[in-house]
Design a protein around this ligand. Structure first.
Ligand code: ADP
Ligand code: MG
Length: 682
């Protein structure tokens, strides 16, 4: 068997399985070997039962008290139930559609069961537990068992079996880092790391594999960015001048710009009149007022006679920007001619918009990233702004340069990233920081509470709704899957509809909805027609609904603090007092401590920093920060040590004397395609 062979050379992989694998982009044996587990199951020592563990996965040792009790429900579903004595506590075990379980679970058996402990009117029970004999559990106890992303037709166990086959007979190409380099960096080789990730001997072994993988992700990102930085001083052949319109626009605003906004605007004016391409990051916490800065740059660009584009990560945000830009256009009807371009528009409207762009009739283009980039001809594009979450790289610059010569690039980000890391990650950009919030904002009042507080939280939300305000409720998931530990948007909305008084307008929003559906919901929420919006984190980016004054975050322990901080930024945008409630079922001290960071600080940078201090190696599979740098495996905070090492190594490779080695490494990186996210592809 060779790495390049089709996966069907592995025993047991027939046409059907190979077909299923292809849905995961796994075609060759090598693809399989590079299919990194998405998580691990740690088989903990069986523990004693306690009420506190309700809602969490537990492993319990005990005795089966009776033979299973069987019933067939309407619709054909079967149910087996049995009583289980663990310690001096009796709980129920419930199995759906597993009639054969009665042979595996018999009266008087001593077994270990593992699953999520639930507590409802039937008392304490576990649905669909995994059942182990004592010996079988001993084998897995304290080991890490990989969990792979799979598709229908391939079970996790099957992947593990095929993986073992592949690793037994194939060895992958040597690492692109040589032994000396690995040694100096304190890393194991990539092939060895893959072995450690698929078959971890223990936790330490896994960590070594993980670090090598993380290094790989970092260097895949940093090397091109840093290499191209050298070449990124493009000259700009369309000189611009400062214009009176921007001064008038600032005067027309209902507020005065903060000093930080003024400084940032000065930086941008200097860039745009300098004769070189602007390549600038504006970094500012949520609510610091980045949008108005973007608008000023667009206005100056329009008045100079050119086209500018503002790219938003979501349609909802694009639409919101468009509405605001239209207001600006009313002030300067001759100079500013905006157009919107988003996927949910009809083909006819999209075509119309494209025509107006290519003819130059529209000169301020707002849309979602992909659309603005891919399918549009510009007449004189000179300014591109990305708002929230996306980097803009050299490749994009080149593709746009093909369309219209060199362009000024402005990146707006709220990612709370400490200075040292920012210098590494944004090495190719000049940075302006908006580090003060507009004056007069009432700080958001925060509370970190447990599930017992939910009823009170609902009452509180209802009070705010009665006052004419609106509320967000954030849940981690879209639909129920077998993990009943997490709140999900759809069931949650049903539940709210039942308990909230008639006439309360409740709606839900999640990322799997169609663009047009999302837009409709957001429009209604922004217009005040929806009182309570139950949503996944899709509302995280950018949305501005100042009348929303409460946010309740369910399962808050599931999110990185930076994400929670971003989420919370959706309230506290108006004059009224706003509130944020972080709800979590976990009562352990560490979770509390983490969430309390949010109640103590309102500054994204500070929060990220404190969060990092609290983290330990055990958090590796758990919470990852989101924000702009969605690496697949790496986390710039957790893995900052590896990141710093990687940056130093990359800098060394970029020295002239290492040029040849740099080329080799660049070429070698692509041998290990682990499907890392290319931030520079928007
Ligand atoms: P973000 O930086 O998160 O993108 P926005 O640009 O959406 O923040 O601004 C948040 C709110 O603050 C908006 O309603 C905006 O009009 C307002 N705002 C912006 N700058 C100021 C300022 N200097 N003073 C008062 N309000 C401001
Ligand atoms: Mg914004």
């Amino acid at each position: 068997m060779r790495a390049e062979d089709n996966i069907n050379v592995i025993k047991g992989v027939g046409v059907k399985v190979a077909d299923a694998f292809s849905k995961l982009n796994i075609v060759s044996v090598k693809d399989l070997m590079l299919h990194i587990p998405k998580n691990y199951e740690l088989y903990e020592e069986p523990s004693a039962l306690s009420e506190e563990k309700t809602g969490y996965k537990v492993a319990l040792r005990g005795r089966v008290l009776n033979d299973t009790w069987f019933m067939r429900k309407k619709g054909g579903m079967t149910l087996n139930k049995v009583s289980f004595l663990t310690g001096d506590c009796k709980i129920g075990l419930v199995f759906f559609n597993m009639p054969y379980i009665k042979k595996a679970v018999e009266k008087e058996d001593e077994i270990i069961v593992r699953g999520i402990l639930s507590h409802d009117r039937f008392g304490l029970h576990i649905n669909q537990p995994a059942v182990f004999s004592l010996e079988k559990y001993k084998e897995v106890e304290n080991t890490l068992v990989p969990v792979y992303s799979t598709v229908k037709g391939i079970s996790n166990n099957a992947v593990r079996k095929y993986m073992a086959e592949a690793f037994a007979s194939v060895s992958l190409k040597d690492d692109y880092l040589n032994a000396d380099e690995l040694n100096e960096l304190g890393l194991i080789s990539f092939p060895e790391a893959l072995r450690a990730l698929h078959f971890p001997r223990d936790y330490e072994d896994f960590v070594k594999g993980h670090d090598r993988l993380v290094f790989h992700e970092f260097i895949s990102f940093l090397l091109p960015v840093k290499r191209d930085r050298e070449a990124s001083k493009y000259s700009f052949d369309k000189p611009m001048i400062e214009v009176a319109e921007t001064v008038r626009y600032i005067e027309s605003l209902p507020f005065e710009l903060t000093d930080a906004q003024k400084n940032t605007w000065n930086d941008i004016k200097n860039d745009m009149t300098s004769g070189l391409c602007m390549n600038r990051l504006v970094q500012g916490d949520v609510g610091s007022g980045k949008t108005v800065i973007a608008f000023l740059a667009l206005l100056m660009n329009c008045v100079n006679g050119y086209q500018g584009a503002l790219m938003a990560p979501t349609e909802v945000l694009a639409k919101q920007h468009y509405e605001n830009v239209k207001a600006m256009a009313e002030l300067f009807p001759d100079a500013v001619r905006p157009v919107l371009l988003i996927g949910s528009m009809s083909a006819k409207d999209k075509n119309e918009a494209r025509k107006r762009i290519s003819s130059g009739d529209a000169n301020l283009i707002i849309g979602t990233n992909a659309l603005i980039q891919a399918s549009v001809e510009y007449k004189t594009l000179t300014l591109v702004i990305t708002d929230e979450q996306h980097r803009f790289g050299v490749k994009q610059r080149e593709s746009l340069a093909d369309k219209g010569g060199n362009v000024h690039i402005l990146v707006m980000s709220a990612t709370p990233i400490p200075r040292t890391l920012a210098m590494i990650m944004y090495g190719d950009l000049a940075i302006s920081v908006i580090d003060v919030l507009p004056a007069g904002r009432l700080p958001i009042k925060n509370a970190a509470v447990d599930f017992k507080y939910r009823k009170k939280a609902f009452e509180f939300i209802l009070d705010e709704v009665k006052k004419g305000h609106q509320a967000y409720i954030i849940c981690p998931m879209v639909e129920d899957n077998d993990n009943d530990e997490l709140q999900n948007v759809i069931d949650y909305t049903d539940m709210l509809n039942e308990i909230m008084p008639k006439g309360t307008a409740i709606a839900f929003l999640h990322g799997k909805m169609k663009g047009s559906e999302k837009n409709a919901i957001m429009d209604r929420f922004a217009g005040g027609d929806i009182d309570i919006l139950v949503s996944t984190t899709v509302i995280e980016v950018g949305i501005n609904v100042p009348n929303a004054t409460v946010m309740l975050v369910e399962n808050a322990d599931r999110f990185g603090l930076a994400t929670l901080h971003q989420l919370r930024g959706r309230v506290g945008r108006g004059d009224a007092q706003s509130y944020c409630i972080f709800m979590s079922g976990k009562t352990d001290q560490k979770v509390k401590e983490r969430l309390e960071i949010l109640t103590k600080y309102n500054d994204g940078f500070k929060i990220a920093d404190e969060d990092m201090k609290l983290r330990g190696p055990g958090d590796i599979f758990g919470i990852r920060q989101s924000g702009e740098f969605n690496f697949r495996f790496a986390d710039i905070y957790n893995d900052s040590t590896v990141l710093k090492k990687c940056a130093a190594f990359t800098d060394k490779l970029l020295l002239a004397e290492y040029n040849e080695r740099m080329q080799e490494v660049s070429a070698g990186i692509s041998d290990y395609d682990i499907g890392h996210v290319d931030f520079r592809t928007i």
